[in-house]
Design a protein around this ligand. Structure first.
Ligand SMILES: Nc1ncnc2c1ncn2[C@@H]1O[C@H](COP(=O)(O)OP(=O)(O)O)[C@@H](O)[C@H]1O
Ligand SMILES: [Mg+2]
Length: 279
């Protein structure tokens, strides 16, 4: 496979706060790569390094097999970045917003119609952005970042403020873009989303990658260590096979136990086991 991004021994501090600590990973062309971690883990900072918006203190950051430089126009022509500050203009229409983004990128023949169709926004061209529903707004933000057909998309928590139905629509957009060949770097703290969308995930904790792999393979890798206890009150408690921990949980339990069995853990549980932190 073709390597599209790479970080080697990357560290970055904001004055006394060490935001990233010896990051190492690669992303292959065609992957949906998930960068998972709780708030403050360093997800956005990593994305900013990869997209040339910040410089690392140490290490190597490569995209398309070239070192990333600040404000690199060659790079910007090939990537799209969706973050919560992907500013739309509220008092302009859907079409005017897209035209503006096309002009900023000097796209002579922007496929505004094609992009509108792709994001199911046909017929909404004249609507003012301030009148859009949240879901439509998010779809329009997507439209603005794929107008120039980027090979690589950075999505910073694309569903964090969305309801389940809108999240579902966004997931479909992500999968469709990926099917067309777009490589996607996605940050999220939603482990179910990561499990559903990502070919590989990295678990980020305090600026360091604690684990990285295919979700299914990670579940198998950590399966042996996971026990599920179900009580008559409907509780489902997951713990590790660590005897002391298991005994401690059992001894504190008031409810009657219905079942105890080993299970395939979900990504949330694996993250908690590795980092000791909830998402
Ligand atoms: N511009 C900045 N100045 C100072 N500290 C920052 C800055 N940006 C991020 N940080 C700090 O770096 C750490 C990682 O932040 P961030 O990458 O935004 O995390 P995430 O996106 O995972 O929530 C946090 O401790 C945050 O407070
Ligand atoms: Mg962030």
């Amino acid at each position: 496979m073709n390597e599209i991004m790479k970080m080697e021994h990357v560290s970055l501090a904001f004055s006394t706060v060490k935001a990233l600590d010896d990051l190492n990973f690669t992303v292959q062309a065609g992957e949906i790569f998930g960068f998972l971690g709780p708030s403050g883990a360093g997800k956005t900072t990593t994305m900013k390094l990869l997209s040339g918006q910040l410089r690392q203190d140490e290490g190597i950051v490569q995209v398309f097999q070239k070192n990333v430089k600040n404000n690199d126009h060659d790079l910007y022509a090939q990537i799209g970045i969706l973050s919560d500050n992907s500013g739309l203009y509220d008092n302009l229409s859907v079409y005017e917003n897209l035209k503006l983004f096309a002009d900023i990128r000097h796209l002579k023949k922007a496929n505004i119609k094609e992009v509108l169709a792709k994001l199911k926004l046909e017929g909404q061209e004249k609507k003012l952005v301030k009148k859009l529903s949240r879901g439509m707004r998010q779809r329009l933000m997507f439209a603005t970042v794929i107008l120039h057909k980027p090979r690589l998309l950075f999505l910073d928590e694309p569903t964090s403020a969305l309801d389940p139905a809108t999240s579902e629509a966004v997931h479909k957009i992500i999968l469709d873009l990926n099917k067309e060949g777009t490589t996607i770097f996605l940050t999220t703290h939603n482990m179910e989303e990561a499990d559903k969308l990502c070919d590989r995930v990295a678990f980020l904790h305090q600026g360091h990658i604690m684990e990285c792999g295919n979700p299914q393979e990670l579940k198998v890798k950590y399966a042996n260590n996971c026990i599920c206890i179900q009580t008559n009150q409907g509780d489902m408690i997951q713990t590790t096979k660590d005897k002391k921990e298991l005994i401690s949980i059992l001894s504190k339990m008031d409810n009657e136990i219905l079942t105890i069995h080993s299970v395939e853990p979900d990504l949330k549980t694996i993250f908690l086991n590795i980092t000791g932190r909830e998402l």
